[in-house]
Design a protein around this ligand. Structure first.
Ligand SMILES: *[C@@H]1O[C@H](CO)[C@@H](O)[C@H](O)[C@H]1NC(C)=O
Ligand SMILES: *[C@@H]1O[C@H](CO)[C@@H](O)[C@H](O)[C@H]1NC(C)=O
Ligand SMILES: *[C@@H]1O[C@H](CO)[C@@H](O)[C@H](O)[C@H]1NC(C)=O
Ligand SMILES: *[C@@H]1O[C@H](CO)[C@@H](O)[C@H](O)[C@H]1NC(C)=O
Ligand SMILES: *[C@@H]1O[C@H](CO)[C@@H](O)[C@H](O)[C@H]1NC(C)=O
Ligand SMILES: *[C@@H]1O[C@H](CO)[C@@H](O)[C@H](O)[C@H]1NC(C)=O
Ligand SMILES: *[C@@H]1O[C@H](CO)[C@@H](O)[C@H](O)[C@H]1NC(C)=O
Ligand SMILES: *[C@@H]1O[C@H](CO)[C@@H](O)[C@H](O)[C@H]1NC(C)=O
Length: 307
């Protein structure tokens, strides 16, 4: 009797685990990359790559190659390899629901007397009328021992967030743990398209901590890609460059402005065969096209998703 009961409970646990896994797959619309692997990635006759980045429709390079003005990519040939840009942002990679852009890190450094020796403020804008917004998989991160950082977004939504990071001795700082001692992280609200940082000293311009922490850094970036290395990050003169190179800013995209039913009745629905229209969940109006179960490829281009 007990044995059967245990088996039942065990099966129940397995079912629960499977259900949970499916649920988390369904909601983790983050890193699906099938659109750039479709047989037809771009419109016929359009440039498929810029440097080593594949550009999937609705994005495109050149007239007739993108869905609407928001999706126009310029391929900047003044660097080697050439770099794709959307507005002034450098795009590193496109996925089915997001794109990653080269990040910026704000910094402020002091000398032993507490004078500021280096100051790099940051602001980033994905365009207030675009169908793009910062993914909530980005967190706002502050590194330092005598610092606060404000995260400001003034246009669309009036949002101010922030962090404080304090410590007195290097021994207090825990390698790998960003939890307020030497490193602080906060999440951001949905639908943000603009932010700027403002950093400053909490106590006395790093004078007491200068020997192991001369600078403060603040940035918005993909949380999963960042690991705090404790005091060795404070002392790394390359921290800013390294973080800009390794922690991208993740941007959500949808096909702009109309809901699925509005687009359908206006006759402008972009979803092709074997795909389904899904309403935007990014907080920005619009929709996405997603291949039906068992199909994959390019939902935005004829002949649609393939079995
Ligand atoms: C790619 O696009 C061309 C032109 O629209 C079309 O003829 C062809 O069937 C497409 N190929 C695939 C594999 O979808
Ligand atoms: C493009 O090249 C850079 C540097 O060579 C590399 O780091 C990056 O992973 C490449 N991106 C893709 C999508 O292959
Ligand atoms: C192209 O890239 C160069 C070097 O990275 C940069 O100076 C220039 O502003 C870029 N061009 C445009 C149109 O953004
Ligand atoms: C540096 O700080 C000292 C002490 O606060 C001050 O007297 C001096 O004017 C500062 N120097 C500069 C270049 O700001
Ligand atoms: C945000 O606040 C500023 C300053 O108070 C104001 O000028 C602006 O209109 C506000 N923006 C929104 C979208 O509420
Ligand atoms: C921090 O932890 C990582 C991973 O555990 C390790 O590789 C690294 O050497 C550590 N750094 C310091 C400064 O202790
Ligand atoms: C960081 O990158 C910039 C631009 O590529 C370069 O000029 C600077 O020397 C780099 N800093 C360090 C510490 O490597
Ligand atoms: C959405 O509609 C507004 C108002 O008509 C317009 O200003 C904006 O450019 C549109 N955005 C997109 C992505 O189509």
């Amino acid at each position: 009797m007990n044995f059967t009961k245990n088996i039942c409970f065990f099966l129940f646990l397995i079912l629960l685990a499977i259900t949970l896994q499916f649920t988390s797959q369904a909601t983790a619309l983050g890193d699906v990359i099938t659109i750039t692997k479709a047989a037809n990635v771009t419109k016929p006759g359009c440039q498929t790559e810029c440097g080593n980045v594949t550009i999937p429709f609705p994005f495109g390079i050149g007239p007739g190659c993108f869905l609407s003005q928001w999706f126009e990519i310029t391929c900047n040939a003044s660097s080697n390899p050439p770099r794709p840009q959307i507005g002034r942002l450098e795009v590193l990679e496109f996925t089915d629901y997001t794109f990653r852009v080269r990040n910026k890190v704000a910094s402020q450094c002091y000398d032993q007397l507490g004078n500021i020796t280096e100051e790099n403020p940051v602001s980033t804008n994905v365009g207030l009328t675009t169908p793009f917004s910062f993914s909530q998989k980005n967190h706002f991160t502050l590194i330092g021992c005598d610092d606060f950082a404000l995260f400001l977004s003034r246009f669309q939504v009036n949002f101010t967030g922030g962090c404080t990071a304090l410590c007195l001795k290097p021994e207090e700082v825990v390698n790998g743990s960003c939890s307020g001692v030497g490193c602080c992280q906060t999440s951001i609200p949905k639908a943000l398209k603009y932010y700027s940082t403002s950093v400053g000293s909490m106590v006395n311009n790093h004078i007491k901590v200068w020997s192991f922490d001369p600078c403060t850094y603040a940035f918005l970036g993909e949380q999963e890609r960042f690991t705090f290395n404790g005091v060795s990050d404070f002392m790394d003169p390359n921290f800013r460059n390294r973080t800009m190179a390794s922690v991208p800013l993740l941007v959500d995209w949808v096909v702009g402005n109309l809901s699925c039913s509005e687009a359908r009745s206006a006759g402008v629905l972009a979803c092709q065969a074997n795909s389904e229209c899904v309403e935007s969940d990014t907080g920005v109006p619009g929709y996405r096209c997603i291949c039906n179960n068992g199909y994959h490829g390019q939902p935005y281009l004829e002949p649609g998703c393939q079995g």
